[in-house]
Ligand binder design. Structure first.
Ligand SMILES: Cc1cc2nc3c(=O)[nH]c(=O)nc-3n(C[C@H](O)[C@H](O)[C@H](O)COP(=O)(O)OP(=O)(O)OC[C@H]3O[C@@H](n4cnc5c(N)ncnc54)[C@H](O)[C@@H]3O)c2cc1C
Length: 452
């Protein structure tokens, strides 16, 4: 039976659901997006700013015509302002549209703290392709840039701009970079690499004010352990986190969770008045799911997670019984020549959840010691009750592969003994004969048994 599917958001989730449904069902699919562009890689934006990718249009993975040819009714620069949940309609800038199935894929917006001078010319956030283009127009090789916030986006961007030769100061309020995904000792390796690239990394400090008449001229930084000072700056990029765009769902009566995301069940269906709704779904950065290790409410801010959620939603609308299991959200950040990856929980998250952990660490190389090239490889494994619950890897190569393998290990409930029995492949140009992950497991086991 042909039904009406309305999708709010033409980002990673929205367009994946739309194309899935057009390939596998006969449904009419209407997609709305406030954005000017669709089907582009947000993840590639830092690398255009770095100069590795030639230009922003290169990030558009599918031209608009592809969607129109598929019969998707796509409305860009069109905001949906209201969901009439009872009448099964959405009200957009362009009128009223009825739905049989509704997908909320509205993503998130940058969270911008109130900072004096935040309205000056030269203050940006980096979230959309247009944001990237605006920054690129403003920036030149002599620019001085202050990035506020050393999460994944701020850290990656700092590396990209530094590689381009731009003077970057990275200011983070917490004592370490990548506070949500890395332990302080592993984050320090990234900070040191940023410093080598020429980035001034200031942690444990906040930006008091952005100064200038019309344009940014400087930034005042204040911290407990760093001297208060003024950093000359032409551009400020605020990368202080994201907030789920869930207001439209809240107004429609759908349940919003502690994270600010739209609460979903394992099929990614939303609920209202304590009832799961069979025909309304949420996915991506606006949706609250469950974190694998703690079972806590969680928003996964990853394109990889968004795509998996989209397929689950598409399959369910197509009549299947697809489940999005609790997420481990393996992630990597690329900073110049260094990659930092993590999966599962950090020691800090463990402490917040009263989970007692034992950590194993190791430092090796990515290639045989005598083989040219390669880099240092640092591994940290986090165990609870002998089971692996978190892993962090920092190196110049071979990070993603290890994080992916360790992601599976956590999901399968691997213990420290399993990791010690883990057989790994070897050839001098790509590995040491014993993988540094094994040494980290060994270190943890010694600590568990009181031998270290
Ligand atoms: C600079 C940067 C680098 C990144 N790098 C990586 C990476 O390396 N790896 C990784 O896995 N992830 C990365 N991500 C994250 C990844 O891009 C996102 O997690 C993913 O795109 C989220 O998909 P989404 O569909 O939930 O939201 P989005 O793709 O943001 O789409 C949401 C859409 O909804 C629209 N919308 C919102 N409200 C309305 C409304 N009321 N009416 C109509 N439309 C609306 C918005 O305009 C937007 O187009 C990066 C993100 C950024 C910004």
């Amino acid at each position: 039976m042909t039904e009406n599917v309305v999708i709010l958001g033409a980002g990673a989730v929205g367009m994946t659901v739309a194309t899935y449904l057009k390939r596998h069902t006969g449904h009419r699919v209407t997609v709305f997006s406030s954005d000017t562009h669709t089907a582009y890689s947000q993840c590639g934006i830092p690398f255009v700013l770095e100069g590795v990718i030639h230009d922003f249009p290169d990030l558009i993975v599918r031209p608009l015509d592809t969607f129109l040819d598929m019969g998707i009714d796509l409305h860009l620069e069109t905001t949906v302002n209201h969901i009439d949940a009872t009448g099964q309609k959405v009200i957009s800038d362009e009128g009223i549209f009825e739905y049989d199935h509704l997908v909320i894929a509205t993503g998130s917006v940058p969270f911008i703290p109130t900072i004096k001078g935040g309205e000056l010319d030269g203050v940006f956030t980096l979230h959309t392709l247009s944001d990237g283009m605006k920054i690129n127009c403003y920036i030149n090789d002599g620019s001085r840039v202050v990035i506020i916030g050393a999460g994944g986006i701020g850290t990656e961007l700092a590396g990209s701009l530094a590689v381009r030769g731009i003077a970057v100061t990275l200011v983070e309020a917490l004592p370490q970079a990548l506070p949500l995904t890395m332990d302080p000792d592993m984050a320090l390796l990234v900070q040191q690499h940023l410093t080598l690239l020429g980035v001034q990394v200031v942690t444990g400090a906040h930006v008091d004010s952005i100064n200038g008449k019309r344009h940014v001229r400087s930034v005042s930084v204040q911290g407990d352990t760093v001297p208060t000072g003024t950093v000359l700056s032409d551009i400020v990029i605020v990368a202080t986190g994201l907030r789920a765009l869930s207001g439209i769902a809240r107004d429609a009566g759908y349940k919003i969770g502690a994270t600010g995301g739209i609460v979903t069940d394992e099929h990614l269906r939303v609920s209202a008045d304590g009832e799961i709704l069979d025909n309304v779904y949420a996915g991506g950065e606006c949706a609250e799911v469950k974190e694998f290790v703690t079972g806590s409410p969680f928003i996964s801010r990853l394109g990889s997670a968004a795509r998996r959620m989209a397929l689950v939603i598409g399959e369910n609308i197509a009549g299947q019984d697809a489940v999005y299991p609790p997420t481990l959200s393996p992630n990597v950040v690329v900073v110049g020549e260094m990659t930092a990856g993590s999966v599962g929980i950090t020691s800090h998250t463990a402490a917040l959840n009263d989970i007692s952990v034992v950590c194993g660490i190791s430092e090796g190389r990515t290639r045989a010691g005598y083989y040219p090239g390669g880099s240092q490889l640092n591994v940290k494994l986090i165990f609870s009750n002998r089971r692996l619950v978190g892993a962090q890897v920092v190196a110049g190569e071979g990070v993603k592969e290890r994080i992916d393998a360790l992601s599976l290990a956590i999901r399968m409930g691997a213990t420290v003994d399993d990791l010690l029995e883990w057989e790994t492949a070897y050839a001098p140009p790509v590995s040491m004969i014993i993988d540094p992950v094994t040494f980290a497991a060994d270190d943890a086991k010694m600590k568990m048994e009181g031998l270290a």
